[in-house]
Design a protein around this ligand. Structure first.
Ligand SMILES: N[C@@H](CCC(=O)N[C@@H](CS)C(=O)NCC(=O)O)C(=O)O
Length: 205
């Protein structure tokens, strides 16, 4: 049985959980957290030297960190990852965008606002820069979504699953989604997918 080691309220950790729910596949969730030190134990660092979650444990000794790598692995052979090389590359393009331009501003600004232990790092300069960069990333998404219903292809793909969590929680980071109506419609399309679960959902058992 697959185990996903993750923090329940982390968007990066929500991504593989959401894909497994959409695929209706069984898995276990193992809670780990930067706040209780469980991502810094020698045992966890042996399994993932970056000390970060999510961490996919295939149960046969194989381990895979990095949320978007986990999505690509789990989606192989499913409608969430195209076989066509160009469509697959478009999917990866948006997943790289998510890590390079979106997560680093939108998720970071949310964490600076939401987690008290990060308050000291929430300088005025940093808050202004993440707001500017995150708003620009939302604008790039809005432009794309005025011509296409999803990222990476004509149907929902792992690019959409990579982009969904921190876009949905962007208001927690102080981002106003009102100027981005196409992004709001896309969020609603993802939430209407069969099997969709919200971030607070965990598998039973
Ligand atoms: N690029 C990584 C980022 C992972 C990441 O930042 N994880 C955070 C939770 S959202 C974490 O593990 N923080 C704990 C720590 O750094 O100690 C991914 O997409 O998986």
């Amino acid at each position: 049985m697959i185990t996903i080691h993750g923090m329940q309220d982390s968007g990066n950790c929500y991504k593989p959980r959401l894909l497994m729910a959409l695929l209706d596949r069984p898995f276990r969730h193992q809670e780990v957290s930067a706040r209780d030190g469980s991502t810094r134990t020698p045992e966890f660092l042996r399994r993932n030297p970056s000390g970060q979650c999510p961490l996919l444990d295939l149960g046969d000794g194989r381990l895979l960190p990095e949320s978007n790598a986990i999505l690509v692995y789990l989606a192989e052979g499913t409608p969430f990852l195209a076989d066509d090389p160009f469509e697959r590359a478009q999917t990866l393009r948006w997943m790289f965008f998510e890590q390079n331009a979106h997560e680093v501003s939108i998720a970071v600004r949310r964490s600076l606002r939401v987690y008290p232990e990060r308050a000291a790092a929430a300088t005025g300069e940093r808050m202004a820069l993440t707001l500017e960069n995150g708003t620009r990333a939302l604008g790039v998404m809005e432009t794309h979504l005025t011509t296409a219903p999803f990222f990476g292809g004509p149907r929902a793909s792992v690019a959409d699953i990579a982009l969904y969590p921190y876009t949905a929680s962007a208001p927690e980071g102080g981002f106003d989604l009102a100027p981005f109506p196409a992004v709001q419609s896309w969020l609603a399309r993802i939430e209407a997918l069969p099997g969709f679960r919200s971030r607070d959902w965990l598998p039973e058992g």
